[in-house]
Design a protein around this ligand. Structure first.
Ligand code: XIL
Length: 330
């Protein structure tokens, strides 16, 4: 995923169906601004293999077709995660069975889009909050059935299926100040180091960056983390940027300014170390955002976490992204 010669990094966003098919202004916005898209849920297990052994790619294909029509690249999200699993995965009764299921899923999904989806979040959110060490993995059917070997296994199968694909481990809560966030960085770094030492085909780390506007960014901690990842020869990309505004003041101008300032603080650290190859926001317009599912505001006002407002007009957050995207270039 090289950044184009005119910009420091590719910009992209998570997109969702059916809006991408039905909402014309939304389609125009995505087509105009995105170098990359990632399906917000359409490639998760629950969407692709709701019924055991029956694969359905209708929704994922709709995103991929849209991207192809507009010359936009596609990232894949996600192959081994604790969430968005269909209920039948609970019926897996042995390590062998779970390995077979994981392998078949990854081969089928990655294989279908080989050459089209050039980068994958292979493992998503492997750690719990406040992990004690890199061995303290988040509970999931994969961990229960396979043990921590599910991680290298997922990477190896993805790599075998599409050797050209760039493979990432993706995690949240990486940027903040405080001991539980340092624990997350340390655990992730420990795991990534182990994978690299064991010659597991991993190419980078995705920093989700759902940035809670209340929390402080740990500039030094984040810088150290970024340097450590890059000294292992891996890339860092920003995969799911948005600013969680649930406790910011109601006033829209002020709120948008504070959201933008928070993103500035984060991107300034990231881009100060090295421009990442790509920055993606988790959604592009406030019209379609996951944030209210978990972070509804007490005053019931709609959240404004994304670079464009509900009417597809750019907000200060977009100016911040654009600033870093073109800094030093024009
Ligand atoms: C979220 C989607 O945006 C929601 O629509 C869905 O209901 C739940 O999942 N981290 C991730 C994403 O890696 O997959 C999550 O997406 C948001 C947090």
């Amino acid at each position: 995923m090289p950044a184009s010669s005119q910009s420091n990094f590719l910009y992209g966003a998570a997109v969702r169906t059916p809006a991408l098919i039905t909402d014309h202004p939304y389609q125009e916005l995505v087509a105009r601004y995105c170098d990359l898209v990632v399906p917000e849920g359409e490639l998760k297990w629950a969407s692709v293999q709701a019924k055991r052994g029956v694969f359905n790619f209708d929704k994922a294909d709709a995103v991929v077709d849209f991207a192809k029509r507009h010359g936009i690249g596609v990232r894949g999200h996600t192959l081994a995660w604790y969430a968005a699993l269909p209920a039948w995965t609970k019926d897996m009764a042995s390590r062998q069975e779970a390995e077979r299921v994981l392998e078949q899923h990854i081969r089928t999904v990655v294989g279908r889009y080989a050459g089209t989806i050039r980068s994958w979040d292979v493992v998503n959110e492997p750690f719990p909050d406040d992990p004690r060490s890199s061995h303290d993995l988040r509970k999931s059917v994969w961990l229960e059935q396979i043990g921590r070997e599910y991680i290298p296994l997922a990477f190896r199968i993805a790599h075998e299926t599409d050797p050209a694909a760039r493979l990432f481990i993706n995690e949240y809560d990486i940027a903040f100040a405080g001991s539980r966030f340092k624990s997350k960085r340390d655990a992730l770094l420990g795991l990534v180091r182990e994978l690299v030492n064991n010659k597991v085909p991993i190419h980078g780390v995705g920093i989700q960056a759902h940035i809670n506007a209340d929390r402080q960014i740990d500039s030094v901690g984040l810088q150290e983390f970024l340097h450590a990842i890059s000294s292992l020869g891996l890339e860092v990309i920003v995969t799911e940027l948005d600013v969680i505004d649930f406790s910011l003041p109601a006033d829209i101008q002020l709120r948008d300014a504070l959201v933008a300032a928070k993103a500035y603080e984060f991107l300034d650290v990231v881009c100060g170390v090295a421009a990442p190859p790509a920055v993606l926001t988790w959604g592009i317009t406030d019209k379609y955002t996951w944030v209210p599912i978990y972070f509804t505001r007490a005053d019931k006002l709609p959240n404004r976490p994304l670079p464009f407002d509900r009417n597809m007009r750019p907000k200060p957050l977009y100016s911040v992204i654009e600033y870093f995207r073109y800094r030093g270039r024009r």
